[in-house]
Ligand binder design. Structure first.
Ligand code: AMP
Length: 420
């Protein structure tokens, strides 16, 4: 134990569990990479104003949870609390939306930071894989993203998740609804914070988790009744495309999500085995965000799936991913001369694309074989001075225990063909 520990609300990803995280990132991004999404990486911090304007001043994410700081040079920066604003900023800055045909389809994977009250499934440093389709209004894009997330979760073996779907309306109908809701909320007995929220972003009051507030909201005007014809038709198309793709979803009127930039389609993936932090991922359309950060009108849609919570969801369903051992061959030299020779063989194996490891530190046979076992290797390559003198190495099948002498000359090919 050292003097230091990981900061509160964070944890270290260590082998062997870290392999599951990598596999989850891989599984979430695979359908995106196969569907025309290009990889984007942006800095871990941005100008604080990007998030204030993009995510929204009234959101918890910006007002309470952002790691904002002033640099020595006087810049006001913040660790990124989410990915969308950065990805759109980068797209605009590089003019990706002018460079080729629209939509610009991007995916990302990285660390995000929110100063939250830590609990299971809620951390101050967490990991997301996200996707954005920028610059096009087409219900098929909304559907595509939901289908790809569903596909990713299913590929991981997850079954106990649900997709919640809603439409938040657009700049025509949402303000009308907002006003109606505000009028309704003004007649309720709400605490100071909630009254303030009702003024800035009344839709988020609908999302209040407290029973007492939910009771009062019973007769609130429903957004569904205020959607304009264009929004209704758009939403209906998204629903039809999902249904045609065999993706099951639930209409959820209350789904508004914690970020201000959403318009029309919003959705969330919730997992029923996670307790209070049940959202494993979410997203939606953000047609106005580009203009909010000083860009042209670029209707867009995207999602972010939480890697940490997806791993917890796997645990909740008792799913262990079948991860092939990363080491195929483990070399065990017995003696100085064989050490030199086998180390050379390991290097050659690696060059030939065979994952190989080595018993370092001149361990004795017993300790070295233990390391070979632990590595999960299919074969151990064992050699003593006598083997070398005969020009062979012992190839031991770690499962059957069977051991055969194989000529040192051409050993790489011999191992490769056995592994194939
Ligand atoms: P959001 O941008 O809040 O919709 O977050 C998208 C996804 O990121 C969520 O569904 C979670 O899976 C994950 N996520 C967000 N905040 C946290 C957190 N503090 N700790 C762990 N995962 C998080």
């Amino acid at each position: 134990m050292s003097t230091f520990q990981a900061p509160r609300g964070t944890y270290d990803l260590l082998p062997p569990d870290s392999a599951t995280f990598l596999a989850v990132r891989e599984a979430i991004s695979a359908p995106l990479r196969d569907s025309g999404y290009g990889y984007i990486e942006t800095p871990g911090f941005e100008n604080v104003e990007l998030f204030a304007r993009g995510v929204g001043e009234s959101t918890d994410i910006v007002s309470k949870e952002m790691y904002a700081f002033t640099t020595k040079g006087g810049d006001e920066l913040a660790l990124r609390p989410e990915g969308t604003a950065s990805v759109l900023r980068a797209t605009l800055e590089a003019n990706l939306h002018k460079a080729g045909s629209l939509p610009v389809k991007l995916w990302y994977s990285g660390s995000y930071y929110r100063y939250e009250r830590p609990q299971k499934g809620r951390y101050r440093h967490f990991s997301q894989v996200g996707a954005e389709a920028i610059g096009m209004e087409d219900p098929a894009l909304d559907a595509e993203l939901i289908i790809l997330a569903d596909q990713a979760y299913r590929a991981l073996g997850l079954r106990n998740f649900r997709i919640l779907l809603n439409s938040l309306g657009d700049k025509e109908c949402r303000p009308v609804y907002r006003a109606a809701l505000q009028e309704f909320l003004a007649g309720l007995d709400l605490d100071e914070d909630t009254v303030r929220r009702a003024e800035i972003n009344p839709l988020r009051v609908l999302d209040d988790k407290r029973d007492a507030v939910q009771k009062q909201l019973a007769g609130a005007p429903a957004l569904r009744d205020y959607l304009c014809e264009a929004c209704k038709a758009y939403h209906e198309q998204v629903r039809e495309l999902l249904t045609a793709a065999g993706v099951v979803f639930e209409d959820d009127e209350k789904l508004v999500r914690g970020l201000d930039y959403y318009t029309r389609t919003t959705f969330e993936f919730v997992h029923d085995g996670l307790g209070s932090q049940s959202a494993v991922g979410g997203g939606g359309r953000y047609d106005g965000l580009s203009e909010m950060i000083g860009g042209p009108a670029l209707p867009s849609v995207g999602w972010a799936l939480g890697v940490d919570r997806t791993v917890l969801a796997l645990q909740a369903e008792g799913i262990t991913l079948e991860l092939p051992s990363s080491t195929s061959v483990f070399a065990v030299p017995l003696g100085e001369e064989t050490r030199r020779v086998l180390f050379g063989v390991v290097t050659d194996l690696r060059k030939a694309g065979v994952a190989a490891d080595f018993a370092f530190g001149g361990k004795g046979l017993k300790a070295a074989m233990k390391a070979a076992n632990r590595s999960g290797a299919k074969y151990a390559l064992i050699a003593g001075e006598r083997d070398l003198a005969e020009g062979v190495v012992q190839l031991k099948d770690m499962v059957s225990g069977e051991q055969t002498a194989v000529a040192l000359e051409g050993i790489v090919e011999a191992v490769r063909s056995r592994l194939a």
